[in-house]
Design a protein around this ligand. Structure first.
Ligand SMILES: [Zn+2]
Length: 373
């Protein structure tokens, strides 16, 4: 394993910050996987899984069992890690700009199209290599005016030419779930088995330009533009993996999750295994992200949940009491749809407009920006 340190642009004189990546295996020989933890820096489960995965990858490398390259970014957001305000960790938004750390990854399709047009031919493998080279160039040319730009660019540079990108996050309180695109699903399905995902939410364009989508949808867009005469396979599986809730941080669960990722890397041939067992059964069929309906608090109050994450619910079923302690009124919010109550807020006092939970239904009902802020 070699450790790489990526210096970030200092926000102010006298400060230094860096992103650290751990590199296993041999670059350029076989496939490349990038696994990054806690881009939202206050979501600790990913960092613990990365800690367990680091140990396993070190063992596997010592045993000569890593084929290809595995890059582990054990703490993907050094800027957010130290954003503490009045005892609260603020790891989701960059305090300087207000921007979500997992949004605004620029679409590289136009830039790459201009570079590779005229260079592609009938050989799909050669086309993938050509596009990857152009993607690396496009990321290297991105502007870097702020510390946040510099973080985004460093993460993008590590992942943009990878075959597999796993972005490890978590929700407030939740089942293990995925966000990915319909084009990625056939490759993500074995990962869903390995991690025993209970919900998989698919959207071709969620509207927020999150990291996983930026890495994968560039291939979809380019393939559409070039057409079947210039074959371009979907060369990047990228998934946002939500590792349950913020407080689901324990060694036993993290070790199982890390082993699930290793099992998936075996399945993809990045980790060699003499006699790998069959993949576990799939625990969920994918549903549209546009069918995941948020439960919004119409006013502030004390939040009392009536159902646990994982409950199968029907439209109109009571899910949460919102209590105004001054007036003594109770407003009961009900499920907006038939489906799986898979995620809920971990705070117990709400402001008006706050999302309190999500129910995954089967029918797409929303449009526009599909991700929460
Ligand atoms: Zn997150």
């Amino acid at each position: 394993m070699n450790i790489q340190h990526h210096a970030l642009r200092p926000a102010t004189p006298g400060t230094r910050q860096e992103l650290v990546s751990l590199h296993y295996g041999t670059p350029g020989q076989g496939a490349k996987a990038v696994i990054q933890a806690s881009l939202h820096a206050d979501e600790a489960p990913g960092m613990l899984v990365a800690h367990h995965l680091r140990r396993r990858l070190t063992e596997l490398e010592a045993a000569g069992q890593i084929a290809g390259e595995v890059v582990l970014v054990p703490a993907a957001n050094p800027l957010g890690m130290h954003q503490w305000l009045l005892r609260g960790h603020q790891g989701r938004f960059d305090l300087a700009s207000g921007q979500n750390f997992n949004r605004c990854y620029v679409d590289l399709a136009d830039t790459v199209e201009q570079v590779v047009r005229g260079q592609l031919g009938p050989d799909a493998t050669a086309n993938v290599a050509c596009v990857r080279a152009a993607l690396r160039q496009a990321v290297a040319a991105l502007p870097e005016a702020s510390a946040l730009d510099s973080l985004r660019k460093s993460l993008y540079a590590l992942a943009i030419d990878a075959d597999i990108v796993l972005d490890l996050h978590c929700d407030g309180e939740a089942l293990l779930h995925f966000y990915t695109t319909p084009q990625c699903w056939s490759q993500a399905e074995p990962l869903a088995r390995c991690l025993q995902a209970e919900v998989a939410l698919l959207a071709e364009c969620s509207g927020g330009e999150p990291f996983d989508e930026a890495c994968s949808t560039v291939w979809t867009r380019l393939a559409e533009r070039f057409g079947p005469q210039l074959p371009l396979p979907h060369a990047c599986l990228a998934v946002t993996v939500e590792l349950r809730g913020e407080a689901d941080v324990d060694h036993a669960r993290a070790a199982v999750d890390a082993e699930g990722i290793v099992r998936f890397l075996q399945h993809r041939g990045l980790v060699l295994a003499a006699d790998a067992p069959p993949l576990p059964p799939l625990r969920c069929e994918p549903t549209p992200l546009a069918g995941s309906i948020p439960l919004i608090a119409p006013r502030g109050g004390v939040v009392v949940f009536l159902r646990e994450p994982g409950a199968r619910v029907v439209c109109g079923e009571p899910l949460v009491d919102l209590i105004d302690p001054i007036e003594g009124e109770v407003l009961t919010l009900t499920s907006p749809v038939d489906g799986l109550f898979f995620a809920r807020e971990n705070r117990r006092f709400a402001m008006a407009g706050m999302p309190l939970g999500k129910v995954a239904g089967r029918e797409p009902r929303r449009s526009g920006s599909l991700l929460s802020a």
